[in-house]
Design a protein around this ligand. Structure first.
Ligand code: ADP
Length: 566
């Protein structure tokens, strides 16, 4: 249980990330399945729409001819019986019938074989049919009724009928029956194909399109009508090219009432319903994935920030315990030495001096530590102020080494100082701050030297920069850590370092100070061989703002030159 909690705590970022990622992946999966289904359904729906559209055209055409036939061909049987067929001519003259090549009547009351009469629109009269293919088509079509009339049979369900046996003469016929359901005649018309092609069909196609394909989609639709021989009769929009049909089979349908041997077809804009649905699907999936990506990045960022905050607070509590220890250890030894002196147990004046020096050095160290903490607080709150004055850097280095000397001697360290011949140009620096930075580097060199007791301090000039470097032969720093050690509170967490107490503030303060001077701090280090920290300050104009950051140079301690003991 405990280990699980520890594991969760250690990998908060990943746990949080997975806690969001898993449900999100499930959601994406479900959405994918739904979108895939929607893709299928929408392809079917599009096909249905295409078929419905063609059906609507057929219905519309049927409606036109049915209503025309009912208006023009519903002749009362009494006009046949009372020989008043001239009135029919007057009626047809008064209400002209559109879309018809010829109107005709067949009268079985006058002649049992049928008296065939054609309507002459100009003279508004009926006249006997001259022999022709058209007359033959009409006779053939009317024969069943003629036979029925001849036999005085009863018409079972007299209704408007279409006869297209001869495609040249497409007929709509209405049998006229008397009260006893005997057929007394036939009223009929021959369709005008030209009128159908040029007037009715284009109008119907155009009227139905926006209903089925709203929002501009209608313009992209291609409609074609072909006759029984496959000859193109009417085309709206792009005419389908050769080979198109294999890629994109159009929806097709027949006319239901007249012209039943003609075919209409409808084609979408370049893409099939399946392609359209697939494009839709791809778009939706991409959108979902993008949204999920954005969401995940946001969450990752938030979790990272949270993780950092947690780490920082852990570091801070480590800091408190480390600093307490750092304060307590020198205080304890100061107290012991002071007690020894007070009780007069120490007789030799050399020992007294040594203990005194020790107390002094330890209290200096304590002041430095407190200075570091106070400085850190000032830097964090932006209240740290610097006083830049032209200074000889050598004075600062000498001064710092002097105050450090007793501490070094007590710890058994030897410091080699390598200076530069001749005068250094004065640099505009804050003496106390640079002294403190150097002090922090020396302090680290002592703390992390391990068994080695050699430290080298070098002061020199390289191009436009003044360089102060502190080199030790201690435990060194792994490459992966070399950037991080400059972060506040960061301490390398392995090996010897555990035993060496520290606040984790020293290098972050050094970096801040150096950056404020427009310079940079460079570390060269190799684990087990030692480290060299170099403060590089620009000569001449000081560039404030701290744009420069810590640099990590190639591993390995820097080369040594001539030295003099310090
Ligand atoms: P600390 O108070 O822990 O010394 P610093 O900021 O001065 O804090 O240093 C940060 C970390 O960098 C140290 O904890 C240590 O791990 C590493 N470090 C600093 N100087 C050296 C050095 N000269 N040799 C090896 N490791 C070093």
């Amino acid at each position: 249980m405990g280990t699980l909690a520890a594991l969760l705590k250690k990998h908060t970022l990943w746990v949080g990330f997975l806690a969001v990622l898993l449900p999100l992946l499930v959601m994406l999966g479900v959405q994918f399945v739904w979108l895939a289904r929607l893709e299928q359904v929408s392809a079917i729906a599009q096909k249905v729409t295409h078929n419905n559209y063609l059906e609507a055209i057929g219905t519309e055409v049927q409606f036109y001819y049915r209503s025309t036939a009912e208006r023009a061909l519903n002749i009362p049987a009494t006009l046949f019986v009372q020989k008043r067929l001239d009135e029919v001519a007057m009626f047809w003259k008064k209400k002209p019938v559109e879309g018809v090549r010829r109107l005709f009547l067949v009268d079985f009351t006058r002649d049992p074989y049928g008296n065939y009469l054609v309507f002459d629109a100009d003279r508004a009269e009926l006249y006997a049919f001259p022999a022709s293919d058209e007359a033959l088509a009409i006779i053939v079509a009317c024969t069943p009724w003629q036979v029925l009339s001849y036999r005085h049979g009863v018409a079972q369900s007299p209704a408007v009928r279409v006869d297209e046996r001869n495609p040249e003469f497409r007929l709509i016929l209405n049998p006229i029956t008397d009260d006893a359901s005997h057929v007394v005649g036939v009223a009929g018309m021959v369709l005008d194909e030209g009128f159908f092609k040029t007037q009715i069909l284009p109008a119907v196609i155009k009227k139905a399109l926006p209903v089925f394909f709203p929002g501009g989609g209608a313009d992209a639709m291609g409609v074609t009508v072909r006759d029984a021989t496959g000859h193109l009769v009417v085309a709206k929009g792009e005419e389908p090219g050769e080979g198109d049909d294999a890629r994109d089979p159009p929806a097709t349908a027949r006319f239901p009432f007249v012209l039943t041997d003609w075919t209409m077809s409808l084609r979408g804009p370049g893409t099939t319903p399946e392609q359209g649905a697939r494009a839709n699907f791809a778009f939706n999936v991409t959108l979902s994935v993008l949204l999920a990506g954005v969401l995940m990045s946001g969450i990752a960022l938030a979790l990272r920030a949270a993780n950092r905050a947690v780490r920082l607070s852990e570091m801070k509590s480590d800091f408190v315990s480390n600093v307490s220890h750092e304060l307590r250890t020198p205080l304890a030894s100061i107290r012991v030495f002071a007690e020894l002196l007070r009780l007069g147990r120490v007789q030799s004046s050399e020992k007294i001096q040594e203990y005194g020096e020790y107390i002094e050095a330890e209290s200096r160290r304590l002041s430095r530590l407190i200075d570091n903490i106070l400085d850190f607080a000032r830097i964090e709150s932006g209240r740290k102020e610097y006083r830049f004055v032209p200074t000889d850097l050598r004075d600062v280095v000498d001064g710092t080494l002097r105050t450090f000397e007793a501490h070094l001697r007590h710890s058994g360290f030897r410091v080699a100082f390598e200076g530069i011949d001749g005068a250094l140009p004065p640099a505009e620096i804050d003496q106390d701050a640079i002294g403190q930075a150097l002090h922090n580097l020396l302090d680290n060199a002592v703390k992390y030297s391990g068994d080695s007791k050699e430290i080298e301090v070098r002061l020199g000039r390289e191009g436009d920069e003044l360089v102060v470097s502190v080199r030790d032969h201690g435990i060194g720093i792994a490459r992966a850590e070399q950037q991080k050690i400059f972060d506040r509170f960061h301490r390398v967490g392995t090996g010897l370092v555990h035993e060496v107490k520290g606040s984790g503030l020293g290098l972050s303060i050094v970096q801040h100070i150096v950056q404020v001077h427009g310079g940079r701090i460079v570390v060269e280090s190799e684990p087990g061989k030692g480290s060299t920290f170099s403060i590089r300050l620009p000569l001449g104009r000081r560039a404030t703002g701290g744009a420069a950051s810590a640099e990590v140079a190639s591993a390995g301690p820097a080369g040594a030159g001539s030295r003099s003991e310090g």
